[in-house]
Design a protein around this ligand. Structure first.
Ligand code: AMP
Length: 407
């Protein structure tokens, strides 16, 4: 079974084609500058040379048509024709409170994704464009939606409700949703597997997805009970360019003193804050750590704030779960940055967390980083959100096929 995975953004579209017989990736690529001058498709077959197509892509439909061309042409193709694609899995940001798992897309599902646009204004419209373009081009191929919010739908009310007048929840569904759900789900399940605790309702793990956007999840017995991102991916610890949580009164203070409106304030919180805002240097941790090694005080401060916020999050979630068995580091920073891992865990010895400095030098490879005597295991597990989407799509389509053949 071949599954095409689509991750559609407003002006970009990433894709991967999986062969699910062995979960291998046949090809992957990205369309950039959709709807703009100079649009380009970069296509990389796993067993071949990468190619670039500089062709106009006025919309997502044109982009997907070009993806099909790249996947099927002799020069760089990996399949003979589109009929060899059995299903399409779409990464969708926001499923509101309607989806706690992945679903087969029909008009009702599309409607919910559309209704959730106010909650995910940057992503849901693009996700829908990707879905509708695929439906037009391949109307008989099943399409599955995999939501970034789904894994967090198990969070109890006391953890997802903000202490605002309850009517705003009733009227607008203002609450914590959480994001990076496929990643937290993948690495928490893998941690349970590695530690032979799959299915154990008492297995308590904190997953730290540290990338351009960073979020934490408390997962007990495979069920997410809390997460650090909120209504939007702005809440939680400071990130590359996002502020993370701040005193809400700060907004009004800055807006009145700087004479800026809410749009500009939102832009500052999303794009000009976080470790970039504090350091004034970069949102990239490689740049920050180079500057730190050169003795740059502001880079040091930005890293300190990030690491300290992470430490507090781990402490809070250990308390929320009434104990802790494992911490997982994943995503760009979590997988590649020994300094952050070491610093974030440096005061957690009282919980039983102890990292082996030698093992902690590893980057991007599944590793148990724990030192002898640690009672809480610290694991590096590379995330694979794409594989989660491909597996969910396969499961849903297989069930569909079985149901159809039973009729
Ligand atoms: P992601 O959003 O998961 O792609 O992660 C992107 C982040 O990973 C960027 O902020 C990079 O700074 C960080 N990153 C990638 N490689 C490294 C590395 N070798 N050391 C430190 N940070 C890294």
């Amino acid at each position: 079974m071949n599954i095409l995975l689509i991750n559609a953004g407003s002006s970009s579209l990433k894709y991967q084609l999986f062969d699910m017989t062995d979960e291998s990736v046949l090809a992957k690529g990205i369309c950039e500058r959709i709807g703009m001058e100079g649009s380009i498709l970069k296509h990389s077959p796993t067993n071949g040379e990468s190619v670039k197509y500089s062709e106009p892509m006025p919309n997502h439909r044109a982009a997907i048509e070009l993806v099909f061309k790249a996947l099927t042409v002799e020069e760089c193709g990996v399949i003979n024709n589109m009929d060899e694609i059995d299903a399409v899995g779409h990464r969708v940001l926001h499923g509101a409170d309607k989806f706690s798992e992945s679903v087969l897309i029909n008009s009702d599902v599309e409607k919910v994704i559309e209704e959730a646009i106010p909650l995910g204004p940057l992503h849901n419209p693009a996700n829908l464009m990707g879905i509708r373009a695929c439906k037009e081009i391949m109307p008989n191929t099943p399409q599955v939606a995999v939501f970034d919010t789904a894994f967090h739908q198990s969070i109890p009310e006391k953890a997802f409700l903000y202490a605002l007048p309850y009517e705003y929840y009733e009227k607008y569904k203002i609450r914590r949703y959480g994001f990076h759900g496929s990643s937290h789900r993948f690495v928490s399940a893998r941690a349970a597997e590695l530690l032979s605790r799959t299915g154990d309702p008492e297995f308590k793990v904190i997953t730290c997805h540290l990338g351009n956007g960073s979020s934490f999840a408390a997962v007990k017995g495979g069920v997410c009970i809390d997460t650090s991102m909120g209504l939007t991916p702005l809440e939680g610890i400071p990130m590359g360019t996002r502020s993370g949580s701040v005193d809400p009164a700060v907004l009004e203070f800055i807006m009145s003193h700087e004479r800026i409106d809410i749009a500009e304030m939102t832009e500052i919180l999303n794009k000009k804050s976080g470790v970039l805002g504090v350091s004034g240097i970069s949102s990239d941790f490689r740049d920050l750590e180079n500057a730190y090694e050169d003795g740059n005080i502001m880079a040091t401060l930005a890293l300190d704030i990030f690491n300290y916020s992470g430490t507090k999050m781990i402490g809070a979630y250990a308390a929320a779960m009434g104990g802790l068995d494992a911490i997982v580091f994943t995503a760009g920073i979590g997988e590649n940055d020994p300094f952050v891992r070491e610093q974030m865990c440096s005061t957690l010895g009282f919980l039983g967390v102890k990292i082996d400095p030698e093992k902690n030098t590893v980057r991007g490879k599944e590793t148990d980083l724990s030192a002898p005597g640690a009672t809480v295991r610290t694991l590096l597990i590379p995330t694979n959100e794409e594989l989660v989407i491909a597996r969910d799509t396969k499961d849903i389509v297989t069930k569909l096929t079985l149901a159809e053949s039973a009729r």
